[in-house]
Structures are given as C-alpha cells and as structure tokens.
Design a protein around this ligand. Structure first.
Ligand code: FE2
Ligand code: FE2
Length: 273
C-alpha cells in the first residue's frame, strides 16, 4: 500500500499502485469520508490488509466507523472487509444486495448489518446525504457509486480509472495524452462490453453523469481528480466504444510480463548435481 493522502479536508485516499509490466501502474483506492457518521468506501487489496486497517484507524477509530460503502464485490475492493467487520462493531455494510449474498459464499457476511442500496437511493450519514449512483462503465453489474451531496464528490467506482506511467496523487499531474490513453485502455479492458453499446444510449448515460456536476471525481482506479476534469474525462469515455478492443496476453507474453516483474528465482541445485 502507498502513503495515504487527502483529496479534501474530509476525504482521505488509501492508495495502492499495482505495477503492470510494460504499461506502468494501476491505482487502486479505498477512501475514508469523515462524515459525522464516518464512511469507509471499499476495503483495498487483501495483501494490504494490516496496513489498510492501520491507515483507516489512524483517521477514524474503528469503533466509531459507522458505514462501509462497498462499491462492488471484486477482489480489489474487498481486501480487508471481513476483518473490518470484526474490528468495527458499529459499522453497517452499504452495498448492492446481491453483493452481500454473493460474498456470503466466501466470508460470513453479517446480513443483519447490511443496508442494501440501489442507484437513486439516499443514505443519511449525520451531516450529509450520500446518493447512490450507477457508474457509466463497470466490470461488475452490482457496481454502485455515490455522490456526497454536501461536497459534490463523486465516487465513481471503476469508471474513469486509468493505467498510468507512475503513481501520483493528482490526476492533473498526468500529461493529457498519457491520461487519455491510459483511461481508454483501462475502460476497454475493464468494460469490454462498451464496444457493443448503442452509442446514443451510452451518450445519454454519460449525460446523466454530467448532470451530477461533481466537484471532485474519485475513481477507484485514478488519483483524485477535480470536477473541472469532468468534460475531458467524458470526452475520453465517449470514444471508448470505438477504440481498439483489448487483447489479453497469450502465454508467451504473460511469461515475459512475469519475468519483468521479479528477479530470477535462484533454484536450489537438485541433490547430487
Ligand atoms: Fe471492478
Ligand atoms: Fe476495481
């Protein structure tokens, strides 16, 4: 896990940047929203469990955490979830109901602590209201983002993610061409169905996001971005259906990627050799 940073006085980013050989990094963020009733948005990577829990606890004592908004049940979002629910006795799990049921096949989800939501629903967290939003691109049909109606911050789930040259804490620091290319590549690989959408209906979906007029865009897979970037991002996303489809690496390419990640393993000599 990388060093946490703040996207605003009330929003903390808990980032990792996973190396993608030959490409750069994929940011993977969880967030803490310091509302009157504190909210954790997603729970990071499993391999970051201890670090993520320590990072959350340094921002909000775990016994004061009230909500865990799980955007969807993919492995890059559910890392520490079971332990968080052991350590945060007041926390309720806000998620798509089917995410709760599906996760119950691999960890003992406390179903009596689940608050099921769907796009358009509102959740009151003391000093503000969070509106559930369907993200325009997604790799999991249960994906549910949120708009913090007090600050205007949009947590956009996998949408607006990008493969980047390196880690950064502000999307504006990435050169526009690199950002557009990385966002297109991520969108095409994370949402391959985008190539078969009806273009007009997709444009109407993007208009729905435009109308939210977010002040910040907080993707699970992008450094924090200002709302002023929205038009640029929507322009990139609108072109994704006509971009080149992503092709998975064949075994040879995969092996080359693995070789570039790790130093060569020194194997012990077999006995007698
Ligand atoms: Fe996902
Ligand atoms: Fe994701």
């Amino acid at each position: 896990m990388d060093e946490p940073y703040q996207a605003s006085p009330e929003i903390h980013v808990l980032p990792n940047n996973v190396a993608i050989p030959g490409v750069g990094v994929l940011p993977i963020n969880a967030y803490v929203l310091r509302a009157e009733q504190p909210v954790l948005v997603d729970t990071g990577l499993g391999i970051d469990g201890d670090e993520l829990i320590d990072a959350v606890a340094s921002i909000v004592p775990l016994d004061e955490l009230r909500w865990v908004w799980l955007t969807h049940d993919d492995a890059d979002h559910t890392g520490a979830i079971a332990r968080i629910f052991e350590l945060a006795p007041q926390a309720r799990l806000v998620t798509h109901g089917m995410c709760a049921f599906r996760m119950a096949t691999w960890w003992p989800v406390p179903l009596d602590r689940v608050h099921a939501i769907r796009p358009g629903d509102r959740l009151h967290v003391g000093d503000r209201t969070l509106r559930a939003v369907a993200p325009p691109l997604f790799d999991n049909p249960m994906s549910t983002g949120l708009l913090d109606e007090a600050s205007g911050a949009l947590f956009s789930v996998d949408s607006f993610g990008a493969l980047l040259p390196g880690p950064t804490q502000d999307a504006a620091e990435v050169a526009p061409d690199a950002l557009a290319g990385g966002m297109t590549a991520w969108a095409a690989s994370d949402s391959p169905w985008s190539h078969i959408v009806d273009r007009q209906r997709f444009a109407a979906t993007l208009d729905g996001i435009r109308r939210l007029a977010p002040t910040q865009i907080l993707s699970s897979h992008l450094p924090a971005a200002a709302g002023t970037s929205l038009e640029q991002f929507l322009d990139v996303i609108a072109r994704v259906p006509d971009s080149e489809p992503m092709v998975a690496p064949d075994h040879e390419a995969f092996a080359a990627m693995v070789a570039s990640l790790a130093p060569p393993e020194v194997l012990p000599h077999p006995a007698g050799v």
